[in-house]
Design a protein around this ligand. Structure first.
Ligand code: GLY
Length: 346
């Protein structure tokens, strides 16, 4: 078992260990005390893990209730947000009670925002069940829902009280969902740790690899919790990736779009061809795409609506070597050149 301590505005542990799932009751009791627990989960995860979590919590004396949303990004909406708050109120949850997010990024983001808002803030614990949620979204306190105008447009920075990550639950993930998480693991290695990148060549995502990704994310979050600077390196590949996701009408998944985004930005911005090839080879090793059929003009058009854009410029994460990444504010024209070059080099 590995414990990664996060010293953000709230101090909490991320506990990573094979087989810790059935001990979540004990771990939660230590972190938040015995209280009423509202488990929020989705229709994919509920039949697999909700009962086990309930049993583990009840064994330690928690009074458990559950709310299940439809699986999928469309559920991260204002309607479910209000329904969950009403459900908590109808069940008389108080400020000393706790919300559990049992699921992937959608469940984690929605639950976190509900916890941040209900009674102006109640305790919440993340139990990530996708690789992407383990290494990225469950750590760092970004919570959100989508609005009609776009993804994650309403939310709060609200750190969890505990994160419990049991990699054995990833065994039930569909291959394609697992691959999405691999893209974030590769991203983390590119931006933060050359040795981790080397280790990934073994094509085995172990608990140690997950823990190392969480440490790297923790370090970035502790430096810039509110995402005004350094934290934006975590968006490596995301400016182009988000554009590709949108162009495909979300048929290309987030992880795969980010993989293409990373390949495009690396192909253009990395001066050493060895590093460029290493990144492309790594993405291919994990069966992730490195190219797409969209034209650079189409991709660029969508990046113009990117949230990270200023009036005439945009801040993008650029890898300098494997294991290092800088933030650069560039003109939209320079971004256009990067995309043109990256797409034509595909
Ligand atoms: N997923 C990017 C971040 O947490 O900032």
């Amino acid at each position: 078992m590995t414990v990664v301590r996060v010293n953000a505005s709230r101090k909490y542990d991320v506990i990573i260990g094979e087989g810790i799932f059935d001990d979540i009751g004990k771990l939660a009791k230590k972190a938040v005390g015995i209280c009423k627990a509202l488990i929020i989960t989705d229709t994919n995860v509920e039949p697999l893990y909700a009962q086990r979590l309930t049993d583990s919590l009840k064994k330690e004396g928690f009074n458990v209730i559950k709310y299940v949303i439809e699986a999928g990004e469309a559920s991260k909406n204002a309607d479910n947000f209000i329904k969950i708050l009403n459900f908590a109120a109808e069940n008389h949850l108080s400020r000393s009670d706790v919300f559990f997010a049992l699921g992937g990024g959608v469940v984690g983001d929605l639950t976190g925002f509900c916890a941040a808002s209900y009674l102006r803030g109640v305790k919440f614990i993340q139990i990530p069940t996708t690789l992407l949620a383990c290494v990225d979204s469950s750590v760092g306190g970004k919570t959100a829902i989508n609005l009609d105008a776009g993804k994650n447009l309403a939310g709060a920075f609200y750190q969890p009280y505990l994160v419990c990550c049991d990699p054995t639950v990833l065994k039930t993930l569909p291959d394609e969902v697992f691959k999405d998480g691999c893209a974030e693991v590769i991203k983390t290695a590119i931006l933060g740790d050359e040795k981790l990148f080397e280790k990934l060549k073994e094509k085995k995502i172990t608990s140690d690899i997950i823990a190392r990704c969480i440490e790297i994310k923790r370090d970035v979050v502790c430096e810039d919790e509110h995402d005004t600077g350094r934290r934006q390196v975590l968006n490596l590949g995301h400016t182009v990736g988000h554009a590709i996701e949108k162009l495909s009408d979300f048929k290309i998944s987030h992880g795969k779009a980010v993989a293409i985004g990373m390949a495009i930005i690396s192909n253009t911005c990395l001066t050493e061809s060895e590093c460029r090839d290493a990144i492309t080879d790594m993405l291919k090793l994990y069966e992730l795409p490195t190219k797409c059929d969209y034209s650079s003009d189409d991709i660029y058009k969508i990046t113009q609506t990117d949230k990270k854009r200023g009036s005439s410029d945009i801040t993008v994460a650029i890898p300098t070597t494997i294991g290092n990444c800088i933030l650069k504010t560039i003109s939209m024209e320079t971004l256009k050149n990067i995309i043109d070059k990256g797409v034509s080099n595909q």
